[in-house]
Design a protein around this ligand. Structure first.
Ligand code: PMP
Length: 396
């Protein structure tokens, strides 16, 4: 392969050769778009940002102050595994021994260290197409050969995966967002969860079950995790969508021997997650009644916003736009039945004063040209309605 370099201007006259790993990551189209849409006149349904008015700023500010006043050790280096009481909190919620839990810098870091631990360059990793952009980036960085499998309203098509496996594909990892998928909003059916776990046991791959949205369910009973069907599952958890994302606190639940390897990998990457942030988040999460009150606030808030978006889409776009309304999470994914190219439409939508993410941004292999993702988490019901009205104008 030809050596690629940064332009001379960026390197004071002498080109800087880049490693192939760095060349494998594309810029996230969503993060690029967020720069463009950061205009007060644009109603953005593009970013997947949680509702900031739900962040427990007062409780966190009190927690930081109390912890610092009581113990300067909260500013010290600490163990790679993470703050034990926070690990215990996660272990209890997942019904596992604490030794299996490692605190990470968000679930994104959880995926990075799992990928580093399990992927040989060129190894196959299966994921849904369309897929979560952060996962596509992290897996590519680790050298994975991404092998996309289609998905539908019941999530990843596990039968299609089974056919690939029968034909000899041997992935190291199958990555799946089973609850309220980003970008599709789909939830993996119980049958598919059990079947996927069975395939993991039979063919020896590891399932990475990334679950940032499972707690944000406002309708219907939650489904058993894939981890409840097999020991070959690594769970990625996070407080980003239930507390706040900016402190970057997540966790990994891994089978025993793998958990020890992940600790070593994380040690090499960043020594440990912020001591102070872990303690503050633990203090807030375990304050009496906090979790119940927080979820009781988040679920109706997102449910109302989702309903407003769904109503606006049906009223303003009618049969022209096909989508399934989710029972939780932050996203609606849909497609135009006519041959609208959502990438080409975006500049017109921005002119009208709204933004979405074109389906192509989530493509592993496919093009998802007629699809788009809308987030209902950040905007008010009125803004959601107005945003869709502007989308309808852009179409005219
Ligand atoms: N996985 C999925 C599916 C996500 O949507 C996100 C957030 N956009 C993440 C992981 C990253 O979450 P965290 O803030 O915990 O790194």
């Amino acid at each position: 392969m030809a050596v690629q370099t940064l332009p001379p201007a960026a390197a004071a006259g002498r080109p800087i050769a880049l490693a192939s790993a760095a060349l494998r990551i594309d810029s996230s189209a969503i993060r690029d778009l967020l720069h463009v849409v950061d205009r007060p006149d644009v109603i953005s349904l593009a970013g997947g940002l949680p509702a900031a008015e739900t962040f427990p700023a007062d409780a966190l500010s009190e927690a930081f102050a109390d912890i610092l006043a009581a113990d300067p050790g909260a500013l010290q280096y600490s163990t790679t595994e993470g703050f034990l009481p926070l690990r215990e909190w996660a272990a209890e919620r997942h019904g596992v021994e604490v030794e299996r839990v490692l605190i990470t810098h968000g679930s994104q870091q959880g995926l990075d260290i799992v990928a580093r631990a399990l992927i040989e360059p060129g190894a196959a990793v299966v994921l849904a197409d369309p897929g979560y952009v952060g996962a596509i980036q992290a897996l590519r960085l680790a050298g994975a050969r991404l092998t996309p499998v289609p998905s539908d309203v019941d999530g990843l098509d596990v039968d299609a995966l089974a056919i690939r496996l029968r034909h000899g594909e041997r992935p190291a990892i199958v990555y799946v967002v089973a609850n309220f998928n980003n970008p599709t909003g789909a939830t993996l059916s119980l049958e598919r969860r059990a079947a996927l776990a069975g395939l993991a046991d039979r063919y020896g791959f590891v399932v990475v079950e990334d679950d940032p949205y499972g707690e944000l369910r406002w309708n219907g009973p939650s489904r058993a995790s894939i981890a409840s069907f097999s020991d070959r599952v690594v769970t990625l958890g996070t407080v980003s969508k239930i507390v706040c994302p900016g402190l970057r606190i997540g966790f990994v639940v891994a089978p025993r021997p793998l958990a020890q390897t992940l600790v070593l990998v994380k040690q090499a990457v960043d020594l440990h997650t912020s001591t102070l942030s872990q303690r503050a988040v633990h203090r807030v999460l375990t304050a009496p009644g906090f979790m119940t009150a927080q979820l009781d606030r988040l679920r109706p808030l997102y449910s109302d916003r989702c309903n407003a978006l769904v109503h606006a889409l049906r009223t303003e776009l009618g049969d022209r736009f096909e989508f399934a309304a989710p029972d939780g999470g932050m996203f609606v994914w849909g497609q135009f039945v006519d041959s609208i190219d959502t990438q080409a439409l975006l500049p017109r939508a921005l002119e009208e004063g709204m933004a979405y993410v074109p389906g192509r941004a989530f493509a592993v292999d496919g093009d998802h040209r007629r699809a788009l993702r809308l987030s209902f988490a950040t905007a008010t019901p009125e803004q959601l309605y107005e945003g869709v009205r502007r989308l309808a104008s852009a179409l005219r």
